[in-house]
Design a binder for this molecule. Structure first.
Ligand SMILES: *Cc1c(COP(=O)(O)O)cnc(C)c1O
Length: 382
């Protein structure tokens, strides 16, 4: 990256792969027609590439094209899934009102949930175990005949912890409760097959898997009833009005293809680099790993550092590193995820998320270790 800053913030967003940019190129200005224009050949060409892309993306998830709705990203997909299910339940005169999620969900799940809690639904927000994993017994106890939906993410955006999706899916199925999963950090990074896991609704996003920003999708299992959250046209089976962004859809398909192609090798390589960085951290002393002991994404390392103040820490780090202190979205507030694990506000503020990606190298990790070491020497002396 330019400016001498080492980018280790791939869980905030990834660069669009050059091959993705190349795949999108013809669909901006040359083949620009609206895929809803079925009366002329250019429109049909656009519709065909959308269908081809939809089939390829769905196929990577073990799904059929009909199960995939394109939208602007995981935030929108989460809103459509959660509010769409709730509104559909009201519309059909159903009586299920309980919604369950984990306290460490992304705000794009928590906020729609809280919105519904202010509109006649009951929200049960489960505390995670200290390692970040859901407590399945607590989930089982919270499930009731009044429960409509459970939303638990696949991989946490801050601490990388992987939730036991299959077990959650089984519990949901027993009670005929819908299971939504925010897969923004998992699709393209893990071999996620929603059908086998009992996931009814899966959200994901292009820009978290080396695709373009502004495109994502919601996978909807057959028979799941959703109320549209955006009205104005019959696109996407009437579930999401708006002209389809053909170049972004082509780009998402290419990104998914590339991510699947190098997923395993990339994971192994990045886990090696991540483990080396963690060893380095341990040698510095006074550093604990958040989510320790739970299964974790191969490219995530989240640490809390004793004896330093969060603002000073990040002010020093950002001269050389692009890293995150928890969530990019909650400006100024210490991470709700780390606090849910039992970290104090001060500990949560003095935390760093390193997230590695396709172009991360051994030299990047070496530099991160050096910068952290120098920074802690200075700050701990002060
Ligand atoms: C990035 C992210 C989102 C939001 O995705 P957008 O496509 O940026 O709207 C939602 N959930 C998780 C877990 C994420 O990491």
């Amino acid at each position: 990256m330019a400016s001498g800053v080492t980018y280790l913030d791939y869980q905030s967003t990834t660069p669009c792969d050059p091959a993705v940019v190349e795949a999108m190129a013809p669909w901006w200005s040359d083949a620009f027609a609206n895929p809803a224009s079925r009366l002329h050949r250019p429109g049909l060409t656009a519709a065909a590439v959308v269908q081809q892309s939809r089939t390829a993306i769905a196929g990577a998830l073990g799904l059929t094209a009909e199960e995939l709705i394109f939208c602007s990203g995981a935030s929108e997909a989460n809103n459509l899934a959660i509010k769409g299910v709730a509104e559909a339940e009201l519309r059909r005169g159903g009586t299920r009102r309980r919604l369950i999620c984990l306290a460490t969900e992304h705000r794009a799940v928590l906020d729609p949930m809280r919105y519904l809690a202010g509109h006649g639904f009951e929200l049960v927000c489960l505390a995670p175990q200290p390692n970040g994993l859901i407590d399945l017994q607590q989930l089982e106890a919270a499930l009731s005949p009044e429960t409509l939906l459970v939303s638990v993410m696949a991989a946490n955006n801050e601490i990388g912890v992987l939730q036991p999706l299959e077990a959650i899916g089984q519990l949901c199925r027993q009670q005929q409760v819908l299971f939504h999963c925010d897969g923004a950090q998992a699709v393209g990074h893990l071999p996620l097959q929603p059908r086998a896991l009992g996931i009814d609704l899966l959200s994901f996003s292009g820009h978290k898997l080396y695709g373009p920003k502004g495109i994502g999708a919601l996978a909807i299992a057959p028979g799941v009833d959703l109320a549209p959250q955006q009205h104005g046209g019959s696109q996407e089976r009437g579930l999401r009005a708006g002209t389809l962004p053909v170049p972004l859809i082509v780009g998402l398909a290419k990104a998914v293809e590339l991510a699947e192609a190098d997923r395993e090798a990339r994971g192994l390589r990045l886990a090696g680099l991540r483990d080396a960085l963690w060893q380095r951290c341990q040698a510095l002393g006074g550093i604990q790993r958040n989510g320790a002991g739970a299964p974790c994404l191969p490219h995530n390392l989240n640490i809390s550092i004793a004896g330093v103040e969060g603002t000073a820490l990040h002010q020093a780090l950002r001269r050389s590193l692009a890293v995150s202190s928890g969530s990019a979205c909650a400006a100024g507030e210490p991470s709700h995820v780390l606090q849910a694990l039992g970290r104090s506000r001060l500990e949560a503020a003095a935390s760093v998320r390193f997230s590695l990606g396709r172009s991360s190298s051994g030299a990047d990790v070496q530099r991160a270790g050096d910068v952290l070491e120098d920074t802690l020497k200075t700050l701990r002396r002060a």
